[in-house]
Design a protein around this ligand. Sequence first.
Ligand SMILES: Cc1cc2nc3c(=O)[nH]c(=O)nc-3n(C[C@H](O)[C@H](O)[C@H](O)COP(=O)(O)OP(=O)(O)OC[C@H]3O[C@@H](n4cnc5c(N)ncnc54)[C@H](O)[C@@H]3O)c2cc1C
Length: 600
Amino acid sequence: MAAAWVRLCALVLIGVSSAGALAKDKTPTAIVVGGGLAGLTAAYELQNKGWQVTLLEAKAGMGGRSGLATSEWIGNGKAQPVLNQYLERFKLDTLPAPEFVRTPGYLIDGEYFSATDLATKQPATAEALKRYEKTLDDLARSIDDPLNPQATSTLFALDQMNVSTWLDKLQLPATARQLVNQQIRTRYDEPSRLSLLYFAQQNRVYRGVSDRDLRAARLPGGSPVLAQAFVKQLKTIKTSSPVTAIVQDKDGVTVKVGSVGYQADYLVMAVPLRALAKIQITPGLDAQHLAALKSTNYGWRDQLMLKFKQPVWESRARMSGEIFSNTGLGMLWIEPALKGGANVVINLSGDNARLLQAFGDKQMVDQVLIRLHAFYPQARGAFTGYEVKRYSVDAGTGGAYLAYGPGQISKYWRLWERPVQRIAFAGEHTDALYPGTLEGALRSGQRAAGQVQDLLAGKSFDPAKAAAVAAAATATAGAVAAKQEKPGFFSRLFGGADKPEVKAEPVAKAVEAAPAPAPAPAAAPAPAAAPAPVAPEAVAKEEPAKPAATKAAPAKHAPAHKPAAKPAAKQAHKAVEPKKATVKSAPAKKPASDSQAKAG
Ligand SMILES: Cc1cc2nc3c(=O)[nH]c(=O)nc-3n(C[C@H](O)[C@H](O)[C@H](O)COP(=O)(O)OP(=O)(O)OC[C@H]3O[C@@H](n4cnc5c(N)ncnc54)[C@H](O)[C@@H]3O)c2cc1C
């Protein structure tokens, strides 16, 4: 009897250990949803770790939000270390940026100023910009750890304020304020919609990184070239595969693309929040995640590339690089002529971009050309065509990139960095240090791949277990707060009372001219999840020039052929054609139309 029992135990043990060996030997599988740089990085890193990965991308082409620019300016290793590592790994050559693009320029009432010109020709504006930068730097310095920006109650209070209110207190002269507004809305969003703490935290991250570091080189072909390099490495990509639902259980995840199901052990979700909101997840996300999906602010930024036969600005200005205009033209960016001729990319951001959603592409281009023509009369004659990218109304994006609004750091800080059961999240919006950038997207893909690997190894990201760590962090924060909250902190930053005036609601106060006549609010359709456009207060007051629309309308001067406006997906598709790939993680049911990456 005893011998039989020992034999049975031995058999059970052998069974257990061989099952363990089997589980260990089985190639782990992952599905990555979203073929932007975050998803591509996660898929690439997991594949390198021996995972069998299937990448599902909704659009026909890969690369996601790659810029319209054909030759992006990129930062050096100090500004964008991960980006530079991948460029090196894939042997993608960059060209050093010419000196004149490395610092920003200004277009004030049509006249171009470098930073040096500004100091001599418009000293009041230059001095005000310096004062703004110094005050902002003081604010940024008050954050010890950019990963924990709300460490003290004082800093926490900054999250309840918007940037516009803070700028009001600086009382900058009108031109300086317009230029500052333009820079902020180009890089983030309208100052009135932006959390002051987020703005300060971002400036803390980039403290010590100069404009010269940020535009140190040029990547010929732009970020689509990097996306293409990832695509070449990946074995299984399925384009035109919009994910509609995800079910997780104790054994794995099932992902639905319409009626087709894919199964894997784990999943990386690398789509922007608005796109994620449309995917049904079972079991459902908790209330905090759902609220974040609904309300997290995204900056608005659309890009227009205007093409000219020759540079029309050369005769009057040395315009190039990144130029901030005070006259409703947004941020301009002179493109190297890789697409032929001379191109200028106009970035329309913030509320100006929101208002322009009521206009068609051609109308939008006309409005910008009217303003350009006022300064550069040769513009219309030399104009040959345009391309437009509207990130703000793209259903897959719902905005340009993450830009926390007032109160949102307090609610959602680092929320998406923690996996939910078998799902790890990636995407620029999930990176705490470099949101809204290529660097952030790449870093998030690396982090998510590491987390999936950790999950496989049995690590828990359960909030209950993480709570102890959070409690310790709060205790430390309390100690730091006690140390930091010396009297005079706010008076140093604001020159006024010692506590900030807390205003949770963003106050719309756009003082610059919108690049187009403001449509009646009712005529400006806003995407469901986005904040409603806010009509600028003084559109007419600051119009730089008022040529009669009919007279100045470029339509009759535009080339007869249809302008080369292409949908983003088509462009990316052309640039980044995924190779045929072998599907290894078999779909539960064969997809009906996976046009590019066929199974088998
Ligand atoms: C106008 C503009 C200018 C910029 N300029 C710069 C710059 O100069 N420097 C810089 O560093 N960064 C810049 N950025 C930011 C940078 O482009 C982004 O941070 C980065 O590309 C985001 O990558 P991502 O992978 O997080 O998201 P995305 O690129 O948006 O990728 C998400 C992917 O998910 C797909 N998707 C959505 N829903 C689904 C679904 N249901 N199923 C399957 N797939 C789905 C989308 O089609 C998309 O391909 C700029 C962005 C914009 C908009």
